[in-house]
Ligand binder design. Structure first.
Ligand code: ADP
Ligand code: ADP
Length: 226
């Protein structure tokens, strides 16, 4: 069943058309890679689907309910509860141990600290982070830090994980390891994944690849190996 859909999405910035009638659907446990040249509208598409950017036209539906027309407070509450985000780098708070970084989204939802940290710890083993719970981000490798960021995105058990160049700061070997864990753990959790990447080897770990050019879908491929 469809978790997230964008229908006829358009977005302009002045005279620049960033999105020009994009239709996209993502199902449960589905993973979608968004690729395309710089400036083609990938980030705008991800941000529009995630309720960060408002489209000028079209609709965004989460499990059939429109979210693009929600008020700012309801939309930001929805983002915190139902979406997880992974960025290129620099998203962990340097003064907090890894387990508390992961627990933060739960604490923002009002889960008491002890309970939030114990729920956060459950994500360490599946992401190959056993024993690193008390490390601060500065004491982690780039790949370990991204795996902590993935744990933080998943800890609220979101419907959709949005990843914007999640391997952009990593070498090829580490990128493969991180994207493999990102796709498999997200699927096991039952969430959908939408990922923007420049890296075709990273995109190949997703079930489907969407090619974007000049704000339009220029290609669509399905991978059956995943
Ligand atoms: P990509 O992620 O593929 O590099 P973007 O979605 O960032 O592309 O940008 C698509 C187009 O929209 C580009 O021409 C970009 O300069 C423009 N754009 C994106 N965001 C803004 C903004 N906040 N203000 C003005 N122009 C923007
Ligand atoms: P990407 O990493 O996808 O290439 P960009 O460097 O194009 O991203 O854009 C980074 C951020 O700046 C995005 O949030 C985008 O919305 C914003 N942005 C892009 N182009 C412009 C622009 N011409 N004016 C203002 N903001 C922009």
């Amino acid at each position: 069943s469809t978790v997230l859909a964008g229908h006829g999405l358009t977005k302009k910035y002045g005279s620049t058309t960033a999105l020009d009638g994009v239709d996209v659907e993502v199902g449960e446990r589905d993973s979608l890679a968004v690729m395309g040249p710089s400036g083609s509208g990938k980030s705008t598409l991800l941000h529009t689907l995630a309720g960060i950017v408002r489209p000028d036209g079209g609709q965004v539906l989460l499990r059939g309910d429109r979210i693009d027309s929600l008020g700012e407070n309801r939309l930001s509450a929805l983002r915190r509860k139902r979406f997880g985000f992974v960025f290129q780098s620099g998203q962990l708070l340097p003064e907090l141990p890894a387990e508390e970084n992961v627990a933060l989204p739960l604490m923002l939802e009002g889960v008491p600290r002890g309970q939030a940290v114990s729920r956060a710890r459950r994500w360490f083993a599946p992401l190959g982070l056993d024993g690193l719970e008390k490390r601060r981000p500065g004491q982690l490798s780039g790949g370990q830090a991204q795996r902590v960021a993935i744990a933080r995105a998943l800890v609220v058990e979101p419907d959709v994980v949005f990843a914007d160049e999640p391997t952009g700061a990593l070498d090829q070997h580490t990128s493969e390891e991180v994207v493999r864990l990102l796709t498999s753990v997200t699927r096991e959790q039952g969430a959908a994944l939408v990922m923007v990447t420049h890296d075709a080897d990273v995109a190949a770990h997703c079930g489907r690849i969407l090619q974007v050019r000049d704000g339009r879908i220029s290609g669509h491929s399905q991978y059956t190996a995943v």
